[in-house]
Each structure stands twice: as structure tokens, then as C-alpha cells.
Design a protein around this ligand. Sequence first.
Ligand code: CDP
Length: 233
Amino acid sequence: MLFEDAITVSTIVAIDGPAASGKSTTAKLVAQRLRFMHLDTGAMYRAVTLVCLESQLAPQESPQLTQLLADLDIQFKTTGADQCTLVDGRDVTMEIRSAEVTRQVSAFSALPEIRERLLDMQRRIGAAHDVVCEGRDIGTRVFPDARFKFYLVADLEVRAQRRLDELQLAGQQPSLAAIVEELRERDREDSTREHSPLRKAEDAIIIDTTGLTIEEQVDLIAAHVETRLQQGD
Ligand code: CDP
């Protein structure tokens, strides 16, 4: 038997897009519908950022950062419909959404050393599971051969309103103007950085979610994937 015969190639659905374009909610629900694993790479960048901030590291290369990355253990735990992010066994699901982590995450995500470490973890997960993977560089860098690629966009004001609703549900009271500014700045940092910037893969399908409900965008993506999987394309 040829060795290649024994290799299982997993199916990857890549979802990229700017901040608050609805990737997380969409990816989570599409994954549930397809019975795939949900891989939230933004949560991984947020988790590294949290640990760096706790260790009082600045977003720059240093021997301490190298050591921290060597020891880093990030896991996802699924309970029912919810997924928790664990760092060294500690549940950081809530903390990685704090305003401070959100403000600093793009600066840490721009560091090649951090990107290489997480890239390795992400590819290992993708090799072992069928995944719906969301982020900024999934279709371009992490899984350039992904079978399905989507790029979500939405007007800045609509994204800001969605993020405001989310934060208010979590008990925070930021202003809409402050969120517009934060999203604009993060998109600028993410798309202009040197390493793996936010970019649409040439073969990604663009979905403008400005006028869509979550159910509609989930249905669009899941139906597209299901149809092709059934056809064996
Ligand atoms: O949920 P939201 O769109 O606000 O952000 P996220 O997906 O949680 O990602 C947080 C940050 O992580 C982004 O602003 C990027 O700086 C970084 N990130 C990245 O560089 N590459 C990825 N594949 C995913 C996230």
C-alpha cells in the first residue's frame, strides 16, 4: 500500500475578514451545522497577548518572549454549544475580550515570532480535524489550500453597532464613536503589517454581511459547503 493512501486529508473552511465582521458567530454556527471543529485563531492571538501583558512584556522581540512562547500551552474546550479558551489549563475566555487586550492585540499579532508559533499550532489542529477556521490570514497563509474560502465584509458603522451590542450585553458601556475608532485603527494595523496582513485570498468568496442576519450568512456559507461536499466536488 502506498503511504499516501493512509493519509486522511481534512476539510478546511477558511473565514477571514476585518474586525467585528461577524466571523466568530458565523464560524461557530457553521461549524456546528457541518459538525466540524471551530478554530478561532483570533482567540489564540488574544490569549498570547493576555499572557504577554500579564508578564509585562512590550510588543517587541525579547528573550523573555521567546521563552514565553516556548512554554505556551493554548487549548480549546468545548462544552455543549460553548467553547472555552484555556492557557496552561486556566480558563481565559472572558479575559481575552477585555478592552486592554483588544487595544494591544494587533501590536502583538504583528510580531513574526508570535505568528510562527501560532501558525504551527493552527496547522497541527487543521491536519487532525475538519475545521471551520476564522481569522485574518487563514485563506492566504495558514491554509492556502483550504477547500473553501470566504471573506466577510460589512460597513464600518454596522460592524461598530454590532460590537457595541455585544459589549453592552457583557455589561460594558463604551461609546459608538470610540468603537468606530478602535475598529478603524485595528483594521489599519492588521492590513498594513508586514507579516501575513489581513487580505482576501484571490479564490475567496466575498460575503457582504451589512444587510444580512447571522442566520442568513450562516446559511449562505453552510449551504455552499454542504452542496459541494454532497456533490463530491
Ligand atoms: O473578533 P474580532 O474581529 O474583533 O477580532 P479577533 O478575530 O478576535 O482577532 C483579534 C486580533 O488578532 C486581530 O485584530 C488581529 O490583530 C489578530 N489576528 C491575526 O493577526 N491573525 C489572525 N489569523 C487572527 C487574529
